[in-house]
Design a protein around this ligand. Structure first.
Ligand code: FAD
Length: 469
């Protein structure tokens, strides 16, 4: 009998507890067989973007080769939804004589349910199943000392999270065996889902780790100053790699540790700010783990589910297409359409605009983001939308309504980000770029639209409706 691995959103060998356990358990019985379930119907149901699927598939092609050089033979099995997972996993275990299966846990409800169903089904067939918390630096088991079973506010969560890191430390990297079994690799199936070219993003663990190293060496020290300037584009752009599990946050923490022996304390301002962003990522996973209703399109603040959202497909389309007449909003939406990625500050601005200026339901924006983002992550996306809509835990207060023009002046003072993405405004002088109406009156052939709403009026209407709740 043998040990096996079930890969999910943890498609790496480095800092992967399920891999370490499976290889360690039967070190003399290589190769280890591993499974990945390509659940196209589930991806559809969860609105996976074609560009994210393309990145996944390109990575799988590369990863299975690299894994096979390390004694891990990856089998990719196409199924429809998670309902088929227990049968598919059992069949895999029986085919390769596996009596102990190792995997990392995922936290949204469907995935938790899938893992329980698989474990129960395997147990009936005398196959043991061991789950690990391999997706996060700190497992979502942090419990505050009050009667609440989980942290509802980021600040105390962040404190406890760092405390946990201080006590637990960062595990040392595991040595991987060398055994080239590429000749035994099964054929790669056809991708069962629509794809959109993601070749601007590299694939493979080595490439992701190199990108992390370059960011730590060259950018992280200035992160606290540069991160809100979208034209500088100085954030790590690692989000798609965490989402597919190509990179582990443990690997990132180990690199930060090299900057400060007292890690997580003693980091320079930039690195410390960046570590806090990793904590936000884990906070939203923590909430998913503890609050099932978040997985059912419900607001964290339940009374906000009664908000009288407007129902205008036309306005929604204009937002999606980046034709709102607010240049900074349109630039963000056009970056998303072109790259499948958007700078964090822009995500906040366009989300705020959809919800508070247009009064359209945040769930429409959440879904559109998932359908287009290469890093679409249910916990981070849901958390980001509920934060922006003031419906989430620890969200921005409802009365804080971003003024898109002021935001634009602040984060893109010379308009270079706007000019990059809104071609109609490429010749617009800087003094008009944030509110180009007067300049447009001198450009009769320019069809860039006038603002679709008056921000001050929209703000008042939103505040009045929210107060009614
Ligand atoms: P960096 O600035 O380098 O940050 C490092 C890492 O920290 C990121 O890769 C990410 O994993 C994490 N992180 C940073 N900011 C946040 C945040 N606010 N919340 C949670 N994690 C964070 N992030 C996603 O990964 N997937 C999403 O689908 C997603 N949707 C979002 C939707 C909205 C409305 C908002 C406001 C934010 C969303 N975010 C999402 C968070 C954030 O915008 C992205 O993680 C970030 O822009 C990715 O760029 P980066 O890798 O260069 O980040």
């Amino acid at each position: 009998m043998a040990a096996g691995i079930w890969f999910k959103g943890d498609l790496r060998l480095t800092d992967n507890p399920a891999v370490t356990a499976a290889l360690g358990e039967r070190a003399d019985e290589l190769p280890v067989h591993a499974l990945y379930l390509a659940a196209a119907g589930q991806w559809q149901r969860h609105d996976w973007a074609p560009i994210k699927v393309d990145l996944l598939w390109r990575h799988l092609e590369c990863f299975r080769q690299n894994a096979a050089e390390r004694g891990v033979l990856l089998h990719i099995v196409v199924i429809d939804t998670w309902k088929e997972a227990p049968r598919a996993v059992l069949q895999f275990c029986q085919q390769y004589d596996i009596d102990a299966l190792h995997f990392n846990r995922e936290y949204p409800v469907d995935e938790q349910r899938r893992d329980r169903a698989v474990a129960a089904w395997l147990a009936e067939h005398d196959i043991s199943c061991q789950g690990y918390h391999g997706l996060l630096l700190v497992p979502p088991v942090l419990e505050p000392s009050t009667e609440n079973a989980y942290y509802q506010k980021f600040t105390p969560f962040n404190r406890a999270w760092r405390e946990h890191l201080t006590l637990s430390g960062i595990p040392a990297p595991e040595a991987m065996p060398k055994l080239d079994c590429r000749s035994q690799l099964p054929d790669m199936p056809e991708c069962p889902h629509e794809r959109r070219d993601s070749s601007a993003w590299q694939v493979g663990e080595d490439a992701a780790q190199q990108q992390l190293q370059t960011f730590i060496d060259e950018q992280v020290a200035c992160y606290h100053e540069d991160r809100d300037n979208p034209a500088l584009d100085n954030t790590s752009r690692l989000s798609p790699y965490w989402e597919l599990g190509i990179l582990s946050p443990v690997t990132a923490a180990r690199k930060l540790q090299q900057l400060s022996p007292d890690f997580p304390h003693g980091l320079n301002k930039g690195a410390d700010t960046w570590l806090t962003e990793l904590a936000w990522r884990e906070f939203y996973q923590h909430l998913m783990h503890h609050i099932p209703r978040l997985s059912y399109k419900k607001a964290f603040k339940q009374h906000t589910d009664d908000f009288p959202w407007r129902d205008s497909d036309e306005d929604f389309e204009r937002w999606c297409e980046g034709r709102t007449g607010y240049p900074i909003v349109d630039a963000g939406m056009r970056q998303l359409a072109a790259e499948g990625w958007m700078h964090n500050r822009l995500r906040m601005i366009v989300a705020n605009f959809l919800v508070k200026d247009l009064r359209l339901d945040w769930r429409r924006g959440e879904q559109f983001f998932m359908q287009h983002l290469i890093d679409g992550s249910f916990p981070a996306n849901n958390g980001g939308w509920q934060w922006s809509a003031s419906t989430g835990t620890d969200a921005v207060p409802y009365f804080r309504v971003f003024n898109p023009t002021r935001q634009s002046e602040k984060i893109d003072p010379d308009g270079s980000y706007i000019r990059k993405w809104v071609s109609e405004l490429k010749d617009c002088p800087t003094k008009c770029i944030h509110a180009p109406e007067s300049w447009l009156r001198t450009q009769p052939d320019n069809d860039y639209p006038a603002p679709m709403v008056d921000h001050s009026e929209a703000r008042e209407k939103f505040l009045a409706a929210f107060k009614q709740l």
